[in-house]
Design a protein around this ligand. Structure first.
Ligand SMILES: Cc1cc2nc3c(=O)[nH]c(=O)nc-3n(C[C@H](O)[C@H](O)[C@H](O)COP(=O)(O)OP(=O)(O)OC[C@H]3O[C@@H](n4cnc5c(N)ncnc54)[C@H](O)[C@@H]3O)c2cc1C
Length: 457
């Protein structure tokens, strides 16, 4: 038997023959995503069902010194689950049990493979008064993959980014040991991160380099009966910071999205604010609607009436960007996400428009307000034709220019692909790098956890 066959047999012994593969046709899909990253080879894909199986896989990877990459939905679009140095992709989708909903303390305890679609429909059916903040991404993404990259969704303006919604984590560490972080390390209740040293943050945006999350508890929120969308139109990008300040200060709104697009033609030159409100009565919604009208007028904007069909679409399907993602019909889509301070948004929109135009891409930009304007998630989408290598390279170049511009403006690229990670590391304080490197090497002396990501020389 070759070494590879021996390892395959050992992996089969852990999860059974049906849930591990090294066949090229199975590995193909894991070697790429729909972003601009180049495909990269891997050796095995495995789908564990239990925590013990995850531990055994990690222990085996340590013995054999094989890299491991944890994967949820694989939908970050920035190549984060495509192995950099080959090895095993651990696809978590079979670990998809919703273990418990605690209505009183409002949290969901779930396994790491639970998708946003599954959690949303489960809550709708069984706990219609509760909701989680779900991203606008396709429903096949996992909650774990999303919260572990500082994702955000339709309640993030009210409650912060999704990293903030984690109450507790169970993680298989790089040596195969199991650790519980948050109140679940002390108590049976997964209700809070503190008041003990908060180690959960270490696992957020570290891209699977410190361990594999197997269970997590995330916060749930009350679900009001009614929701409405009140669109504002503005002609001056410099009005955006004041608009966001006034909207967030009013405490009236649930979600604020800004859209700036050059196509269709009627959108060009305007900024559209998609402001979602909620309430329990029509009267409450009307009152909020009137108040928003005044806020818009205060920053020289106006309210725009949407045709009911269009409004219902946005209200029913919080997947605005999923539906516009592939407007080129080329199957390729990447959006640069970046976290920026509110003040920098007008500059970011101007620079973003110039970068898009320089690369012959129709400017399509947006922002989501996070945590009362404490942070703005700014995004530019670059749709491209996957069948055209030149078009992919063009989107890649635009991405590189955007990442540099974002860092120059004092922002940070979000869910950074390898090139963006390098740019961030170039700017990152040396003491920070030293600390992260020493934590990582003490947890993972064999360097098996997603090597190549956040690689500090
Ligand atoms: C059309 C479209 C719209 C989108 N809109 C949004 C949006 O509104 N908000 C938003 O936040 N994102 C959005 N995204 C980006 C992305 O799809 C989501 O953030 C998604 O939630 C990522 O989850 P995932 O399960 O696909 O993660 P993956 O891509 O599988 O993983 C993300 C990272 O987490 C690590 N990881 C995954 N699971 C584990 C685990 N169990 N333990 C340790 N590490 C793990 C992976 O190694 C990787 O580094 C959008 C994407 C698309 C295509």
């Amino acid at each position: 038997m070759t070494k590879k066959e021996v390892i395959l047999t050992k992996l089969e012994n852990i999860v059974g023959q049906d849930f591990v593969s090294n066949k090229p046709e199975d590995l193909f899909i894991y070697s790429q995503d729909s972003g601009t990253s180049l495909p990269r080879p891997l050796d095995y894909v495995i789908m564990p069902r239990t925590v013990e199986q995850v531990q055994s896989i990690v222990r085996l990877a340590n013995e054999e010194k094989i890299p491991i990459v944890p994967m949820g939905g694989g939908m970050t679009l920035s190549g984060l689950t495509i192995p950099v140095k080959g090895g095993i992709v651990v696809d978590m989708k079979r670990m998809d049990r919703i273990i418990k909903i605690n209505e009183m303390s409002r949290y969901a305890l779930i396994e790491a493979g639970v998708t946003s679609g599954k959690l949303k429909s489960y809550l709708q059916r069984k706990f219609p008064n509760l909701q989680a903040s779900i991203p606008d991404a396709p429903p096949s993404i996992t909650i774990a993959g999303n919260v572990l990259i500082h994702g955000s969704g339709f309640l993030s303006q009210k409650y912060g980014d999704h990293g903030d919604t984690i109450n507790g984590l169970e993680v298989v560490l790089p040596n195969g040991e199991l650790a519980r972080l948050g109140s679940c390390a002390v108590s049976d209740f997964w209700f809070t991160r503190g008041p003990i040293p908060d180690l959960i943050g270490l696992f957020v945006s570290s891209f699977g380099t410190l361990g594999i999350a197997t269970k997590l508890s995330i916060k749930l929120y009350p679900k009001p009966k009614l929701r409405d969308l009140v669109v504002g139109v503005f002609d001056d990008i410099n009005a955006i910071p004041d608009l966001v300040l006034n909207l967030t200060h009013s405490e009236l709104v649930e979600d604020i999205l800004l859209a700036i697009q050059d196509k269709p033609n009627w959108m060009k030159g305007h900024i559209f604010a998609l402001v979602f409100i909620n309430g329990n009565t029509e009267e409450e919604l009307n009152r909020k609607n009137e108040a928003l009208k005044k806020i818009y007028q205060g920053v020289k904007g106006r309210q725009m009436k949407l045709p009911p069909r269009m409004k219902d679409f946005f209200l029913e399907k919080p997947i605005f960007y999923s539906t516009t993602a592939d407007f080129r019909k080329g199957g390729g889509f990447e959006y640069v996400g970046a976290m920026l301070p509110l003040k920098k948004i007008p500059e970011a929109l101007t620079k973003g428009s110039l970068i898009s135009s320089k690369h012959g891409i129709i400017p399509t930009m947006g922002c989501r307000v996070i945590g009362k304007g404490h942070n703005i998630l700014f995004f530019i989408s670059y749709a491209f034709n996957r069948a055209d290598p030149k078009d992919i390279q063009n989107a890649r170049n635009a991405l590189e220019d955007t990442n540099k511009a974002v860092l120059d403006m004092g922002g940070i690229p979000w869910k950074a692909e390898l090139n963006a990670q390098k740019l961030i590391l170039d700017k990152l304080d040396d003491k920070y790098k030293k600390l992260f490197k020493s934590i990582r090497s003490s947890l993972d002396p064999n360097g098996i956890m997603n090597p190549g990501n956040w690689e500090i020389g």
